[in-house]
Ligand binder design. Structure first.
Ligand code: ACO
Length: 431
């Protein structure tokens, strides 16, 4: 980011304040108000950070008006078409596409660390069998701090940080699959290190000691694409959470665990589960798409069309476009006919021509079609957001690492206080 010669002027109470304008590498401009309070006593107010940049980041470029998404300069379309998830993870975390030797090293390191400590079984047994796997996932990721206490001091050594990165990348699929196995009461499956990242995860999810499960290449390839499409998305709710938790110098595991919890909500990563539940409900209610469109538009009805709308995409979500195509391919290759897909297509068609959705620029987002693919791949609905977390992991890691390397200050927004003015304490008998 460069400071420009331009300044904006703020006129307030007879004074004029010069506000520097800074520019990113894609020419997007921002007012740097970091000194404004010291000069004028004013802060800026922006609930939900709708128009506030929280950081300077070199990881992802996103243009919501044009529907552009690039990781480290490479378009999401090219990466989804050509790369493996681990290759993209390396790119996002370390800034460049790995050379063959670096990729081999990265893969080997991650494969070597896929096992988790046997004591995790004891932790898992403590969860009721109907626990949501996102809660289990975030708890177990935090628990990694207990097994690797050297990770608690991320300031001390970058070798420790690299080790934490590898462990987290390696162990998250194992933890995710074990959370699922625990929920359905099947024996836990150990990682098999002759399989690739996606194949290994699928084997731990769907394999049993009784049967030899061979992951289907169509499923592996679809999963690889889905993970890439979810891998990074700049300063969204969960990533901002990871950065802000990490800014207190909390460990990588603690920060990512917080990100997993932020992702869980239905307005963020939890939307993929909510979409399928919504489509199922519409199907069970006779499949009347128009009825649900009317509910979504009714301001007195809390119902929202899940999987529609996005804070930054006001044209289309490029990830949704790729996923929609992939959903069609996967369903036809696997020979799956899903009536819920027809309802999804019907909803999309009606919404895209309805003035309510058109005027508000509400388009299908990444979660609208991802759930349909996950269903076709046999992933249970309550694991959808866990899949998202596995995909988003490199993004969280890269943003945490960047925040730390930039030496960013602790995150601490201000507020405008709207409560009572100072008043005297009233004793209990006089209230
Ligand atoms: N259905 C119906 N109306 C909607 C929807 C929706 N899905 N999304 C937004 N709107 C309406 C709002 O009611 C509002 O209308 P108004 O201007 O008349 O008050 C307008 O569109 C703008 O919506 P906001 O909520 O102000 O937009 P915001 O940027 O704050 O929210 C969000 C974005 C949370 C994604 C929202 O569109 C939503 O709730 N979508 C459904 C949940 C979802 O799919 N989330 C996943 C997002 S992708 C991701 O996180 C991975």
């Amino acid at each position: 980011m460069a400071e420009t010669a331009e300044t904006a002027e703020l006129h307030f109470n007879g004074e004029v304040y010069q506000i520097p304008v800074v520019k990113g590498t894609e020419n997007e401009k921002a007012l740097d108000i970091s000194k404004l309070r010291g000069q004028s006593g004013l802060i800026t107010l922006d609930a939900g950070f709708k128009n506030t940049g929280s950081t300077q980041s070199a990881i992802t470029f996103l243009d919501g008006e044009k529907g552009i998404l690039r990781y480290r300069g490479y378009t999401i379309e090219q990466l989804a078409e050509n790369a493996s998830f681990l290759e993209v993870a390396y790119l996002i975390i370390y800034g460049e596409l790995p050379k063959a030797e670096q990729l081999e090293h990265w893969r080997n390191d991650i494969t070597y660390h896929t096992l988790i400590h046997e004591d995790f079984k004891v932790l898992l047994e403590g969860f009721p069998s109907n626990s949501h796997p996102m809660g289990v996932l975030s708890s177990l990721v935090t628990s990694l701090t207990a097994f690797y206490p050297e990770s608690l001091d991320p300031v001390r050594s970058s070798n420790e940080v690299d080790m934490s990165i590898i462990r987290l990348m390696a162990k998250l699929p194992t933890i995710a699959a074990w959370a699922y196995k625990n929920e359905i009461g099947q024996p836990l499956m150990y990682p098999k290190n002759d399989l690739d990242y996606c194949g290994n995860f699928l084997k731990m999810m769907f394999g049993t000691p009784a049967e030899n499960y061979e992951p289907n290449p169509v499923v592996i390839s679809a999963l690889n694409k889905l993970l890439i499409l979810h891998a990074e998305h700049e300063q969204n709710c969960s990533t901002s959470t990871v950065r802000i938790v990490g800014s207190s110098q909390a460990s990588l595991y603690a920060s990512v665990s917080a990100g997993i919890n932020a992702l869980w909500g239905p307005l963020h990563g939890g939307a993929n589960q909510a979409v399928i539940e919504m489509l199922e409900a519409i199907k069970a209610d006779g499949g009347d798409v128009n009825k649900y469109m009317a509910k979504a538009k009714d301001k007195n009805d809390p119902f929202r069309l899940m999987g529609f709308g996005h804070r930054v995409y006001k044209n289309f979500d490029p990830r949704a476009r790729i996923i929609k195509k992939a959903a069609d391919e996967v369903l036809s290759q696997l020979g799956v006919k899903d009536p819920v897909l027809e309802i999804a297509k019907g909803l999309e068609e009606v919404a895209l021509s309805d003035p309510y959705f058109v005027d508000r620029k509400l388009y299908p987002n990444v979660d609208f079609y991802s759930g349909i693919i996950y269903r076709a791949l046999g992933i249970p609905t309550n694991m959808f957001t866990v899949m998202f977390a596995m995909g988003r992991l490199p993004g969280w890691i890269a943003q945490w690492k960047e925040m730390r390397e930039n030496g960013e200050p602790i995150g601490r927004p201000r507020q405008v206080y709207t409560g009572e003015n100072a008043r005297e304490y009233v004793s209990l008998d006089k209230r």
